[in-house]
Design a protein around this ligand. Structure first.
Ligand code: SF4
Ligand code: SF4
Length: 347
């Protein structure tokens, strides 16, 4: 069933949905941006239809709804602990196709990784349904088409936003009840078919090429440019790394809570081991690790897809203007150079 709503009608539907769901969508936070007088757009619970930001891509990804930047896992005292409580009310998230595809990657990492399921992720993820926001085309950092993440059929309903309302297609019948008495319409969701930015995935199937790429001078550029701030991974739709911190209450170190806190492979010390040993102690090495994880290692392990959905948020947030699409282009150039050298040497 399809509906065509004006803003007042969309508000009534949202009110009805909110009786059964916590509804999350991209929302504007004025003057909380990186520079003075700039805004930030991030996911939050919405109460009014006009709060939903649909023309611009959110600065921060949808993953924060399911996996907040920090969350309490359990509370402890000297000899016992109690697991933190999970919200019980289901969650409806308005998300673009790339964001829904990114959540599938998070599912693979947290809930299907070598037979281990993350309890805290799974209990939250089990509450989530998606309302697919038809994408208006993103911006010049998007390359979802190159990554095959421009389309999805994982949604309970689809929404095309208009200045004066919204068109809605219901895919999961139980959602029709929230639209009782609303005007019927005709709407079929459309997907972005072409981005301004295109990315060619490097062919890294040859181990010798990968080993040569590891030592390639291209990574040294990032020793100077990347300040290892980690903004790119916090904004990334698919990055999942975290650390844990114990927070003691008052003077008693044996009573407190353990929190999971977002971490970043781009920050110095992320991989530090006993004896101060670090595997990747330069910004360039850390960049290489991230890029190869996104465009080779993840797929080699999970056999499903690459770990990047081409949302472009990392490029958008980087204070040094490091573009992931330009970096992948450089990897392609380096790979071609390595292959040509190998061919010359008859390898
Ligand atoms: S690496 Fe960049 S473009 Fe790819 S999913 Fe993460 S934020 Fe989006
Ligand atoms: S946001 Fe930019 S400068 Fe910061 S760690 Fe990522 S690539 Fe480096």
């Amino acid at each position: 069933m399809e509906y065509s709503l004006d803003i007042a009608q969309a508000d009534r539907v949202l009110e009805a949905l909110r009786r059964d769901y916590r509804v999350y969508a991209p929302k504007r936070f004025p003057k909380q941006g990186r520079y003075s007088d700039t805004d930030i757009i991030r996911y939050d619970e919405v109460r009014k239809f006009e709060e939903i930001v649909w023309k611009e891509k959110s600065d921060y990804p949808m993953k924060e709804v399911v996996m907040p930047i920090q969350q309490t896992l359990f509370y402890y005292t000297e000899d016992e602990y109690r697991t933190s409580k999970n919200p019980v009310k289901p969650v409806l998230i308005l998300a673009r196709p790339c964001d829904i595809n990114a959540q599938h990657i998070q599912d693979e990492i947290y809930a299907g990784n070598g037979g281990y399921t993350d309890y805290y992720y799974e209990r939250m993820r089990g509450l989530v349904k998606f309302a697919m926001m038809e994408c208006t085309g993103g911006d010049d950092t998007c390359f979802c088409v190159s990554m095959g993440s421009n389309k999805t059929d994982d949604y309970s309903m689809a929404v095309r936003f208009r200045e004066d309302g919204a068109d809605v297609q219901i895919k999961e019948d139980s959602f029709d009840t929230y639209f009782e008495g609303m005007p019927k319409g005709s709407y079929t969701p459309a997907f972005v078919e072409e981005n301004e930015t295109k990315v060619t995935i490097p062919d890294l199937s040859d181990k010798q090429v990968r080993l040569a790429l590891k030592k390639h001078p291209m990574w040294r550029e990032f020793d100077k440019r990347c300040i290892s701030c980690g903004s790119c991974t916090v904004a990334c739709s698919t990055c999942t790394c975290f650390s844990t911190r114990d927070l003691s209450y008052g003077d008693n170190p044996e009573a407190g809570e353990r929190r999971r806190v977002t971490a970043s492979c781009q920050i110095a010390g992320f991989d530090q081991m006993a004896g101060q040993r670090e595997f990747r102690d330069t910004a360039g090495d850390r960049m290489r690790y991230k890029i190869l994880h996104k465009f080779h290692d993840y797929k080699a392990r999970f056999k499903t897809r690459h770990m990047c959905v081409g949302c472009g948020r990392c490029a958008h947030r980087c204070p040094e203007l490091i573009s992931i699409s330009a970096t992948v282009s450089k990897v392609n150039d380096a790979v071609n150079e390595i292959k040509a050298e190998m061919a010359q040497q008859g390898r």
